[in-house]
Design a protein around this ligand. Structure first.
Ligand code: AMP
Length: 277
């Protein structure tokens, strides 16, 4: 496995691969590799070509400096894990390699905005689409792999590919969950022992209510989730809503819909979504 830090070097490698008609599978990440990321890599193994995992903690998608500074950075361990999981290239550029003209973002995608995380993380998705487009432009992948864990992000990237007429196949990968039923996330590596216990309690509340919701849709269950979370001290809940998977419009049926939830456990933001069918 090769570790590449410079865009000039990745360009050289890619032009060689292109001349051999080798296809590229790209898995963009911010590192702190866990089984969720590795599931994207194992999905990529089903496609021909070579697998590139990018590791870049993208400053423009963080709306709070403390959140960026706290983001886990476990590069050596990440490299070790990726080398054992059929990754051929880790692309880990410095900030100035990705943003040679400074940390600017462009607002290019207007679909699936003004809802869910976009209402609470101003500019976040502009940062995401900006860096993903930069990565696509540098790497020119045939297949890209994104997780359903970040469902709104997935929809926005899908729209970006369509709107820009990019010849990229977007592979949507299901969430990999921990034993408590919640999707794995790099952010959770920062949990204290107390946070872990509280997180399990939150998971139980969500899972118990989710079963009721799946049995029979009722808006009262969404209020109950929020109230149950508040009763154990979760005071900051960004949203708890059911939305259509296709349009991301609010939904009052289970068919083709998901429960979307985001809240804070101390300073750590938790987002997840659950199919209701
Ligand atoms: P991140 O490093 O958190 O930016 O995530 C990189 C990619 O991995 C994104 O496409 C995420 O949606 C995906 N991902 C993160 N956590 C999970 C998970 N638990 N299951 C599946 N995919 C995930």
């Amino acid at each position: 496995m090769k570790i590449v830090k410079k865009t000039s070097e990745i360009k050289e490698i890619l032009s060689y691969l292109e001349s051999n008609k080798t296809k590229i599978n790209l898995i963009p990440t911010m590192g702190n590799i866990h089984d969720g990321h590795l599931s994207l890599l194992s999905e990529a193994n089903k496609f021909e070509g070579i697998n590139i995992v990018s590791i870049f903690i993208n400053p423009t998608q963080f709306n709070e400096i403390a959140d960026l500074e706290n983001y886990p950075n476990t590069f050596d361990n990440d490299v070790n894990l990726l080398s054992k999981n059929n990754c051929q290239i880790v692309f880990a550029p410095e900030i100035n390699e990705m943003y040679p003209g400074g940390l600017e973002t462009k607002k290019t995608i207007f679909e699936y905005r003004k809802i869910l995380c976009d209402n609470f993380r101003s500019g976040h998705f502009d940062g995401v689409t900006t860096i993903v487009k930069i990565l696509f432009d540098h790497i020119n992948p045939s297949n890209v792999f994104f997780g359903e864990k970040d469902f709104q992000q997935l929809k926005i990237i899908e729209h970006m590919i369509i709107e820009n007429n990019l010849k990229i196949n977007l592979v949507k990968c299901p969430s990999i969950r921990g034993t408590n039923g919640m999707s794995l996330s790099s952010r959770y590596s920062k949990f204290s022992e107390n946070d872990k216990t509280k997180f399990d309690q939150c998971a139980k509340i969500i899972n118990d209510n989710l079963s009721d919701l799946i049995e029979s849709f009722d808006f009262k269950i969404l209020d109950k989730i929020k109230n149950d979370l508040k009763s154990i001290g979760i005071s900051s809940i960004d949203y708890c809503e059911v939305r259509s998977e296709d349009s991301l419009d609010l939904s009052s049926i289970n068919k083709d819909s998901r429960l979307f939830i985001a809240f804070y456990l101390n300073a750590i933001r938790i987002i997840d979504n659950f199919t209701l069918y």
